[in-house]
Design a protein around this ligand. Sequence first.
Ligand code: S3P
Length: 429
Amino acid sequence: MENKLKLTKPEQGLNGELHVPGDKSISHRAVMFGAVAEGRTTIHNFLMGEDCLSTISCFRKLGADIKLQEDAVIVEGSGWDSLSEPAEILDTGNSGTTTRLMMGVLAGRPFHSVLIGDESIAKRPMKRVTDPLKLFGTAIDGRDGGNFTPLSIRGGSLKAIKYSLPVASAQVKSAILLAGLQAEGVTEITEPQRTRDHTEKMILEFGGEIERQEDTIKLRGGQILSGTDVYVPGDISSAAFFMTAAAIVKGSRVTLKNVGLNETRTGIVEVMRRMGARMEVMEKPASGERIGDIIVETSDLNGIEIGGDLIPTLIDEIPVIALLATQAKGTTIIKDAEELKVKETNRIDAVVQELKKLGANITATDDGMIIEGTNTLQGSDVHSWGDHRIGMTLAVASLITDSPVYLEDADAIKISYPQFFEDLNILVK
Ligand code: S3P
């Protein structure tokens, strides 16, 4: 059982309150905007996961002044021109957000840089970002004509573009917005479906202007952004694991405090409601991102169909939604989610293969999966595939298996939730 974590079912339900760590998407963006703004940015509740630390490390290599304090991250910004040519390769680790958003930052910087990540990043498509960045006028290349890392960028003066996104991707949209801020003229982006809008919200928080009319976003280049205080809400994508756990483990009632409720991220709440979950969402007043408490109790669930515009609002939650569906009566169909194939792993294959080992009745489709519930799950050896969200999904599954689950490469969880098991122990008394 070497390198495998033994996970056993708790004696009782999950009970109590938890503050899940800060939102990953917002933490990345706060560092990036802090570094290119003028003046000090103080980031509260920053996610100290490996992905966000990769963003800090890349910006430090560009000369950014970033201090990690016990309760905050301080970024002393001096504008775009303060970034300088890195003497080293920029290593983005496992982080797609770091890689793609950095490309947008570097596109307008008048120097040479090289981006590289881990084995997973090396397989993730980057042409979706290199294509629009080339239209801005930047010189960018990489393996397979610029589709894969290592990527080499020589930035320069950019001219604004009008671009219709071929895939619904907040990472691609954000890379274009970051290049657009450095370009001459007004950049226009049209989205095929609404994706998370943390970049747009953050441009406003940093004193910038950005407009949205229906599915088109307009951004003027050359704006000066000002450093600010950023309060990062709890990550709903992390909360989703405990929302699911509370719903499927008998005798549970869990309160997740101060979770981000941005409507481009709350698909999981809608899905759980439609499945019949016993839950309550209590929103609190907030100035930037929406925030509130989510309470979930053990629930009788029904299978549903999930697809269309809902998919981008819960794309990262699909692995754990698949687990939830194994405990729902009837059929759950997840469709229109082919993007899952190009996440940290092919998440359709990973979820289907690993949940099958636990006895789930789950089938892969071209654009998602079909799950027949309810299933009694049993213990087995399983693998995270080096993917944090697969690892946490399997750890939550172990809360209802009738024998232990042995999870290989549980360390992957540190990418987005370093204290996941400590937090789980708070709820399992
Ligand atoms: C993210 C956007 C999503 C998401 C990822 C984080 C972001 O990716 O899956 O975990 O921070 O912008 P895509 O935009 O590529 O769908």
